[in-house]
Design a protein around this ligand. Structure first.
Ligand code: PLP
Ligand code: COI
Length: 366
């Protein structure tokens, strides 16, 4: 597969420095977008073509566009961070590119070459470098996505697709800062079943999650926690984050850190994968295993389980403070951010912002 060269057609009217600075002072999450986007087309028989960097602008969509009806739509999320020398680096773009390919395979869509995915992100970040914030934990969130552009109502894999990368300056995903979130265990609804699309980052997974997220809000919770589809017993993940469980340190060793194993119905998060390594680097015992609701509740009651946190690109690491379900409610330990959670959070952010050495070759300098 050949990688098309990205033709640069920059905007004649980017936002002024003052307008951009005003946005960067309080970016929120996903509310503002940079001056440009990258677009690449795919057509059956022709492959990837017409790669362009163009001004950020609305798209014109035919009402019979197949995505609007049958949801062949996948996306990624990764971040660019300002480095101490003023340069910019993205975190593990290769891993996002590979997951994007896996999502494409599951949705019967064409696979974008890894180098094209990275080149598209690089071109956008290079062009809109002034949009990469330099304050604390802020970053530029990149949203690569792809959807069918064929027009028609036949149910089949489309013969045309559009890949786009847009970028949005990001502050904290949860506006409350590092404040523990409360979670609702979803028993009525499931996110994904064996053989389904749970391991793919496809738009439909998120559409299907919204009613349970709304149920979580109704119960006074911030987020929904998904259980397995068969027994409604095993913890899978959250709406946009994976989960980690921290078990008490024994006399002769440090805490044990466990994340639900990849079952095929939860998203293989890149933050999750990175934390398995970072936790090991920090001397913790790490494992991927099955964790049931009862394990969580009992571990909490007997003090064996000391911290629970969620992790993902947008949310970084966020402590889980309390749990509600139809069966029981409980506070996770003392309900406050745990020491291990905050240590891992700091270690991850320090790598991403270039404060500590990137010993695993995760940072991609532009
Ligand atoms: N699980 C879901 C459902 C997500 O949407 C995300 C976010 O991308 C994650 C987990 C965490 O994945 P990552 O760490 O790659 O951002
Ligand atoms: C991410 O962390 O990149 C996500 O995709 C989570 C959410 C914004 C969908």
């Amino acid at each position: 597969m050949t990688t098309p060269t990205i033709e640069l057609k920059p905007s004649a009217h980017p936002l002024s420095d003052a307008e951009r600075e005003a946005i960067l002072a309080n970016p929120g999450f996903g509310r503002h977008f940079t001056d440009h986007m990258v677009t690449i087309r795919w057509t059956e028989g022709r492959g990837w073509h017409d790669a362009q960097l163009v001004p950020y602008a609305p798209l014109s969509i035919d009402p019979a566009n197949m995505t609007l009806h049958y949801a062949q739509s996948i996306f990624e999320g990764l971040k660019a961070y300002r480095q101490p020398d003023g340069g910019v680096a993205t975190f593990r773009p290769q891993a996002n590119a590979e997951r994007f390919q896996a999502s494409a395979r599951r949705l019967a869509m064409p696979e974008l070459p890894v180098e094209t995915f990275i080149a598209a992100c690089d071109a956008l970040v290079t062009q809109d470098k002034a949009w990469v914030p330099s304050e604390g934990e802020q970053s530029l969130y990149l949203r690569p996505f792809m959807f069918a552009t064929e027009v028609g109502l036949g149910v089949k894999p489309a013969n045309e697709y559009l890949f786009i990368v847009i970028a949005s300056p990001a502050g904290a995903y949860f506006p409350g800062g590092v404040k523990p979130v409360s979670v609702w265990l979803s028993e009525e609804y499931v996110r994904a079943a064996p053989g389904g699309t749970g391991a793919a980052k496809c738009a439909g997974n998120y559409a299907a999650s919204l009613v349970a997220q709304a149920e979580a809000f109704e119960h006074g919770c911030d987020q929904v926690v998904w259980l397995d589809a068969i027994e409604r017993r095993w913890i899978e993940e959250m709406g946009g984050m994976n989960l980690y469980f921290v078990y008490r340190a024994e006399s002769d060793r440090k805490e044990r850190i466990v994340t639900p194993e990849l079952t095929g119905s939860l998203l293989p998060g890149i933050t999750r994968l990175s934390l398995l390594q970072i936790a090991e680097d920090l001397g913790y015992e790490v494992a991927e295993d099955r964790i049931s609701v009862d394990d969580w509740k009992n571990g909490n009651e007997n003090g064996g389980l000391t911290e629970v946190f969620a992790c993902g690109t947008a949310a970084v690491i966020t402590p889980v403070g309390s749990v509600k379900s139809t069966r029981a409610n409980w506070t996770v330990a003392d309900g406050q951010p745990g020491e291990v959670t905050m240590k891992l959070r700091r270690a991850l952010l320090d790598i991403q912002t270039g404060v500590t050495a990137d010993t695993h070759g995760w940072m991609h300098r532009l």
